[in-house]
Design a protein around this ligand. Structure first.
Ligand code: NCD
Length: 312
C-alpha cells in the first residue's frame, strides 16, 4: 500500500492486515521503553489545515514509537496564510525530507489530490478531509470493537455485530469511514439522526437508517457511537434547535440504561458533554472512549508501517 486515503477502497484483507498489525504494536505500548527502531530514517510530516488535538498527537506518538522523525506544520502563521498553494506547501515539505505526509484538510478530496497529482512522491495519509473520510479513526473504532467482542482479536471479523452511529451523520467523515469499514468487516450499521443531519442518498449506502434513537436503542445494538454536532460545518448553525436535539438524540443515562448489559458506548471526540452524550454515560463502565484513544496510536503505527515499513 502506498497511501491510506479512505476505507471505501480497503478490502477485507487490507483491513485485517492493518488491524492485526495494530494489535502487534499494542504490545509495544505496554513495554517499559515503548519504542521500536522500525522507521528509523523515515520522516513523517503532520500537515493540518484544521484544528485537531487527538489525531495530530496520536500520529506523533505513533511515529515516535517507531523511531521516525517528525515535522509538524502549523498552518496558522505559515505561508499558507500568505496564499501558498497546497502544491507548493507539499513540495516544500518534501524538499525538506518528508517521506509520509499526514494531511487534514477542510476540502473533501484534498489528500487524494495530493496522492494522484504527481506533485510529490511521499506516502499520503488522510487524517480527515472535509465531510469525506477519516480512515484511521474508523480503523481504531474497528480495533476497539474487535477487542471488546473477541477474546482473540487477531484475524477476527466483526460479523453479526450491530453498531448504531448517532448524530450529525451528514457532516461526519468519521461516520462515512466507519460505514465502509465496519460493513466490509461484516458488521450491521444503523445510522440515527434527524432528517436534516442524515445524508441525501443514504438509502444507497449499505446501512439502515432511522430518525428515532429510542427505536435504535430498543433494537439492542452491540455498540452505540455518538457523534458531535459539527456546528462549524453548518454555516449559520440553524439546521436544528439545540433543545430538540438534546431531547431526541442525546445518549442520556436513561437511554443508556436500556441497552443490553454488554453493549458499549463509543465517541471519537471531542465530546460535548450534556449535548450528544451525558457525562455520566461518558464516564460509565460501558464507555470505551479512552480505549479508542489508546488504540488510535496502535492503528497509526500500523498505517505508517504498512506504507513505509519496507522502505525504511
Ligand atoms: C473527529 C474529526 O475531526 O473528524 N474527531 C477526531 O478526529 N477524533 C470528529 C469531530 O470533529 O467531531
Amino acid at each position: 500500500m502506498k497511501h491510506l486515503l479512505s476505507t471505501q477502497e480497503l478490502d477485507v484483507d487490507q483491513a485485517l492486515t492493518l488491524l492485526d498489525t495494530a494489535e502487534e504494536f499494542q504490545a509495544v505500548a505496554n513495554r517499559q521503553v515503548p519504542k521500536l527502531p522500525t522507521l528509523r530514517g523515515v520522516t513523517m510530516v503532520n500537515l493540518f489545515f484544521e484544528d485537531s488535538t487527538r489525531t495530530r498527537l496520536s500520529f506523533e506518538a505513533a511515529a515516535q514509537r517507531l523511531s521516525a522523525d517528525i515535522m509538524t506544520f502549523q498552518v496558522h502563521g505559515s505561508s499558507v496564510s500568505k496564499g501558498e498553494s497546497l502544491k507548493d506547501t507539499a513540495q516544500t515539505l518534501e524538499a525538506m525530507g518528508a517521506d509520509v505526509i499526514v494531511i487534514r484538510h477542510p476540502s473533501s478530496g484534498a489528500p487524494a489530490t495530493l496522492a494522484s497529482s504527481g506533485w510529490v512522491h511521499s506516502s499520503i495519509i488522510n487524517a480527515g478531509d472535509g465531510a469525506h473520510e477519516h480512515p484511521t479513526q474508523a480503523l481504531l473504532d474497528a480495533m476497539t470493537l474487535r477487542q471488546r467482542f473477541h477474546s482473540e482479536p487477531r484475524g477476527a471479523l466483526l460479523t453479526g455485530l450491530s453498531v448504531a452511529i448517532v448524530g450529525d451523520i451528514v457532516h461526519s467523515r468519521v461516520a462515512r469511514s466507519n460505514v465502509f469499514l465496519l460493513t466490509t468487516l461484516g458488521a450491521k450499521v444503523t445510522l440515527v439522526g434527524p432528517p436534516a443531519l442524515l445524508p441525501q442518498g443514504v438509502d444507497d449506502w449499505p446501512v439502515h437508517s432511522t430518525y428515532d434513537l429510542d427505536d435504535a436503542i430498543d433494537s439492542a445494538p452491540d455498540a452505540v457511537m455518538m457523534l458531535r454536532v459539527q456546528r462549524e460545518r453548518m454555516g449559520d448553525g440553524s439546521l436544528i434547535s439545540h433543545k430538540d436535539y438534546v431531547r431526541n438524540y442525546s445518549l442520556t443515562r436513561a437511554r443508556a440504561d436500556r441497552l443490553p448489559q454488554d453493549s458499549i458506548v463509543m465517541h471519537p471526540g471531542p465530546m460535548n458533554r450534556g449535548v450528544e452524550i451525558a457525562s455520566h454515560v461518558a464516564d460509565s463502565s460501558r464507555s470505551v472512549i479512552l480505549d479508542q484513544v489508546r488504540n488510535g496510536v496502535s492503528v497509526r503505527m500500523a498505517a505508517l508501517y504498512e506504507l513505509r515499513g519496507g522502505q525504511a
